[in-house]
Design a protein around this ligand. Structure first.
Ligand SMILES: Cc1cc2nc3c(=O)[nH]c(=O)nc-3n(C[C@H](O)[C@H](O)[C@H](O)COP(=O)(O)OP(=O)(O)OC[C@H]3O[C@@H](n4cnc5c(N)ncnc54)[C@H](O)[C@@H]3O)c2cc1C
Length: 346
């Protein structure tokens, strides 16, 4: 008998399944590949700082080493490379400089800040008067990782391609049943679709739609990630991902002319070379009201659990919190971060 059923194979389901595989725990993943997933379109940017007040992003110092270690381990297992470290350039306004100087003097984030400097001319970009340069930044090619892991899960007979309907799930005698499967627990990792999951309290998510474009440009520097109101992420072969929008009023997976024109307006302020738009995507981030992931076993049903709420920074959060999620599944008394516990919504 399998121990766990995971529903969804985006970033959350993939990392949780990987932890189970590593620990020789029997499980199955159910995924509906016809559904769009945030993970497959996300830029996968890795950035340890929040620029608004120039602070470290939540738990960055704890998350970073585990993130790079876990993804490298997965890359080695799959014999592919989906993580790329690349410096990030943040163009600054005059009034941002004192804050950067203060942070550098404080020294608490100098392992992320490479330098603060003036006058940068990058091929294809307008001259940048002032800028900060970050290290330990980069990106995860999530689509490549998810698809390689899907093949891996298929080869190991872990994966079922199907659409799970909640009404087909039943619970009895500390077990969960779906079609011909039974397990100790079912863990929902359906991304934003869990905002409507009737098995959990409603109102915990505050979803964010996002749009991205891909451009092709022969004369744009591929040496750095640029980040100013929007990011320009080099993908190789003269392609760049540019994004993203944040929309809270309309939640759907449809690309829009407004989204595209918002991105193009911002892009044109940053670059001064020709480009062609070759792709345009939209997706929904599983963002939570208090901006923390959601991990836990349902307080009234031991066989029901959720791992979700990876929000806008899934790449950084998923490795560390998938480990915490597995600890919690294996031992209900395991000590995990208080802020992420599912209990907070009951
Ligand atoms: C435009 C955009 C840009 C982003 N950029 C970044 C970024 O630069 N860096 C970063 O760290 N994060 C970024 N994110 C956020 C990141 O994408 C998310 O945090 C992460 O992908 C969420 O993963 P998930 O597994 O929770 O959800 P998803 O990736 O949406 O996966 C959900 C899974 O559930 C499956 N599923 C759903 N319902 C069912 C069902 N009934 N039966 C079977 N399977 C089902 C789907 O098929 C899918 O496999 C971005 C998101 C968007 C939308």
């Amino acid at each position: 008998m399998i121990k766990y059923i995971i529903v969804g194979q985006g970033l959350a389901g993939t990392l949780l399944a990987y932890q189970m595989h590593k620990n020789n725990i029997p499980f199955k993943i159910i995924v509906d590949p016809s559904l769009k997933s945030a993970s497959e379109i996300a830029a996968g940017l890795i950035n340890p700082l929040v620029f608004k007040r120039l602070t470290k992003s939540w738990m960055a110092d704890t998350l970073f080493p585990i993130m790079y270690e876990t993804y490298t381990e997965m890359e080695n297992m799959l014999s592919i490379k989906f993580i790329e470290q690349k410096k990030m350039i943040k163009p600054l306004a005059e009034q941002d400089i004192p804050m950067w100087q203060k942070r550098i003097k404080q020294g608490k984030m100098n392992h992320y800040i490479d330098r603060l400097d003036d006058n940068l001319k990058l091929e294809g970009y307008k001259p940048i008067e002032h800028y900060g340069a970050l290290v330990q930044t980069g990106s995860c090619n999530l689509s490549m990782m998810i698809h390689a892991m899907r093949n891996f899960f298929k080869q190991h007979n872990y994966l079922i391609e199907d659409h799970l309907k909640i009404e087909d799930v039943t619970f009895k005698d500390k077990s969960v049943y779906w079609k011909n499967l039974s397990a100790e627990k079912i863990i929902f990792c359906k991304g934003y679709k869990d905002a409507q999951n009737p098995l959990f309290p409603s109102g915990s998510f505050y979803l964010t739609k996002g749009e991205l474009i891909e451009i092709e440009s022969n004369a744009l520097s591929e040496d750095f990630i640029l980040n100013k109101n929007l990011f320009v992420l080099p993908l190789g072969q003269k392609r760049f991902k540019v994004g993203a929008t944040y929309q809270w009023d309309t939640i759907n997976e449809d690309t829009s002319e407004e989204g595209k024109s918002e991105l193009l307006t911002k892009l044109d302020k940053l670059i001064d070379t020709d480009y062609t738009v070759v792709n345009h995507w939209a997706g929904v981030r599983p963002t939570v009201k208090d901006r923390r992931p959601i991990l836990g076993v349902h307080p009234q049903n031991d066989s029901l659990a959720i791992f979700n709420g990876l929000g806008t920074k899934g790449v950084m959060l998923a490795p560390y919190f998938s480990e915490q999620m597995l600890q919690l599944l294996e031992n209900p008394l395991a000590e995990i971060n208080e802020e992420v516990k599912l209990d907070r919504f009951f």
